[in-house]
Each structure stands twice: as C-alpha cells, then as structure tokens.
Design a protein around this ligand. Structure first.
Ligand SMILES: [Zn+2]
Length: 189
C-alpha cells in the first residue's frame, strides 16, 4: 500500500444487507498492538438493526513467530480480536479443538466468539453424521455442551495460536490475560 493510498479517505455508505432499511456506517480505528505493530480495524454498523461486522488489517509486516495465548474467563474476553494467518494453528485444549495450518486454511479475521460459533457449527455437523450407537457421541455431546457454555462466557479456556511464520495476532480486550512467547531460532527447524 502506498502512502498516498493510505491517506485517501473513502466516505460512502450503503444499505444494510440484513434489514435493508438501515444505513451501514463505516468507522476506522488504528490499533497499536502490544509488540509495537499497528492494525487497522474497519467497523461496519447498521443504524437501525443490530448488524455489525469488522475487518482487521495488519498495517505493518514486522511479524515475530511465536506462541500467543489468551485466557478467556468472561463474556468481555469473547470480544477479543483474532487474526490467524494461513501458517498459524489455532487451538483450544479445554474443548479439544484444533485448526491446523495448511494450504486450504482460511484467514480468520474475527473475534473469540466468532471462532466458537465456527467450531460449534462444525462439531454439530459432525455429530449429525454419526450413527446413534457411535461410541464418540457421548464425548461429542460433552464438547457441544461446553462450547455452549463458552459462548455464554461461562466456561474458562485458553486460546492458543502457534505461528511459525509470524503474521497472526490476538488483540486482547484485557491485556493482562494475554501472553506472547517468541520462538528461539532453533525451534523453527
Ligand atoms: Zn440493518
């Protein structure tokens, strides 16, 4: 992105795709990440219904490979922003959930809640395809139950992103619950 492009102000609004009555308002915020990098957060909000969405765009490319951990204790922590690059793996050990990096891995611009909803959807589909006498069902139902609690902020867990190439981010709502551990060069081999 050139400097000139960064300075260009784009002011426009469009009709809400959900209620088709409201107008979507766009706001931009530049956020300083704890390690000194900057992220651009673009927020879309309808002025009539509850629709809102946001995009997170990293503005700097000085990424450090490492392990990011976020402790999720309450509903507020669910709003923490997550950006997982294609080389990052995402894990919630307490819920036995893992997203592996790979050529087909999606970029995730979302928040913790968004990740839980994706997991819930994927696990529910998996559950529906099991035979009723499948030995896994009990375990799967327990995971779905815990996921439901997690979505309501009633289940404590740790969200871990391991990124060997750098580029992933967690933007915590509460910085005291976030930790980052740099990879030592030898661990990259
Ligand atoms: Zn709307």
């Amino acid at each position: 992105m050139s400097e000139r492009a960064e300075k260009t102000e784009i002011n426009f609004s469009f009709k809400c795709p959900i209620c088709s009555e409201g107008k979507i308002e766009i706001s931009k915020v530049i956020y300083d990440v704890p390690d000194g990098d900057k992220m651009l957060i673009i927020k879309f909000e309808c002025n009539v219904c509850n629709y809102s969405n946001n995009d997170i765009i990293p503005l700097t490319t000085n990424f450090t490979p490492g392990i990011m951990k976020l402790k999720v204790i309450n509903e507020d922590d669910l709003k923490s922003k997550i950006y997982r690059s294609p080389v990052g793996s995402l894990e919630i050990p307490e819920l036995e959930l893992v997203v592996n990096p790979g050529p087909r891995a999606d970029f995730y611009y979302t928040n913790v809640e968004g990740i839980l909803f994706r997991f819930e959807n994927a696990v529910s589909i998996y559950r529906k395809n099991l035979e009723e006498d499948d030995a896994q069902i009990k375990e799967i139902d327990k995971i779905l139950q815990d996921l439901g609690k997690a979505i309501n902020g009633e289940f404590k867990f740790t969200l871990i992103i391991t990124d060997t190439g750098g580029g992933s981010y967690i933007i915590p709502n509460d910085k005291s619950k976030y930790s980052f551990e740099k990879f030592e060069p030898k661990e990259l081999n």
